[in-house]
Design a protein around this ligand. Structure first.
Ligand SMILES: [Mn+2]
Length: 337
């Protein structure tokens, strides 16, 4: 969904006088959620706006280096400030999610707010809660769309290396360093950000080469002790138990990216990373080509996301979820001879 010329000029009008903006992104914010939010904050501040960013839950330490990240309001621990930021907002911008249940208890607050609402996102099926919707499911990332949005406003000259660094973060995290979900515009965005001075080598180093010893050993454990391969369906599964969580002292973010190792196996095109949390079992699915893990998640695991990267959760036993995944596989993947 593109913004019409009329909508763009209305947004230009909104931006032209100092206002209170509140930017909200999804729970468990990733590089794209955080990068797009901070980039838009830094951009809007150049017009004299007061800009608050609300994250429903805390962000991974990896992104500490991003400019202004320490100013984000984390709803889980700063509820009063988050509520105030929504109350005082004249414009609410929702980034990298498109249904209000992705922001938990903040959802109803956003729903009830009388602020103008703008949504910029690249996930399937946006809910109609915003006044302005810029949604493109073919975009690599919300960061790619925020960059487009800034250019469409005719404000490309406001881009600077700090904004560029935040945007580039979303490009590389949502595409696995340009390995998937790219299109020509993705590289054009990267090129234009590099041209304004983004140091992408340092950025990649800061984002990816910060694994702790604990995480590296956890990865080893997952691959050596918890991995199951189902060659006839080209599938791989890693399932972590509650006990693993204790033994490896697994914190939010520690398991990030582990699912992708399964897809490095020759002949594997569907990957499931399933973990047993205190009350719920969560799963992340990845796939290659035409296999839609989005459908699998939507139909069987109360979730969704993208065609090749989705997630879900269910109140059940770990082994039941593993078995359910195995059971539904034949519906989505052809058996191999
Ligand atoms: Mn994204």
């Amino acid at each position: 969904m593109e913004l019409t010329t009329t909508e763009l000029s209305e947004i230009k009008q909104l931006i032209s006088f100092p206002k209170g903006f509140t930017i909200i992104t999804h729970r468990n914010p990733d590089g794209d959620a955080i990068g797009s939010s901070l980039a838009l904050k830094l951009f809007l501040e150049k017009f004299g706006h007061t800009v608050k960013v609300i994250l429903p839950s805390d962000y991974p330490g990896t992104f500490h280096f991003l400019d202004s990240i320490d100013l984000c309001i984390v709803y889980d621990t700063e509820k009063a400030q988050a509520k105030q930021a929504i109350d005082q907002a004249e414009v609410i911008v929702c980034l990298d999610f498109n249904s209000l249940d992705r922001i938990d208890k903040i959802g109803p607050l956003v729903q009830d707010s009388r602020a103008k609402k703008l949504l910029i996102d690249h996930h399937l099926d946006p809910e109609p809660f915003a006044d302005y919707v810029f949604s493109d499911i073919h975009a690599s990332s919300t960061c790619e769309l925020v960059h487009r949005f800034i250019l469409d406003l005719g404000e490309g000259d406001k881009l600077d290396p700090k904004i560029g660094e935040a945007l580039f973060t979303g490009l590389i995290t949502d595409t696995g360093s340009f390995k998937y979900a790219t299109r020509p515009e993705t590289y054009e965005t990267a090129a234009s950000l590099k041209r304004i001075g983004v140091d992408d080598y340092t950025l990649q180093d800061k984002i990816f080469n910060t694994v702790s010893e604990k995480q590296m050993r956890l990865l080893g454990h997952c691959l050596y002790n918890r991995m199951e391969v189902i060659p006839e369906y080209g599938a791989g599964i890693i399932a972590l138990t509650k006990e693993d969580y204790v033994e490896y002292d697994i914190q939010r973010g520690d398991t990030e990216g582990i699912v992708n190792y399964l897809l490095m196996l020759k002949g594997i095109s569907v990957a499931a990373f399933i973990r047993e949390q205190p009350t719920i079992v969560k799963l992340s699915l990845r796939s290659k080509g035409d296999i839609s893990v989005q459908e699998i998640c939507r139909n069987h695991f109360n979730g969704g996301g993208h065609k090749n990267a989705s997630g879900g959760a269910a109140y059940a036993k770990l082994e039941d979820i593993v078995n359910r995944f195995k059971k539904v596989l034949p519906k989505y993947v052809k058996k191999r001879p």
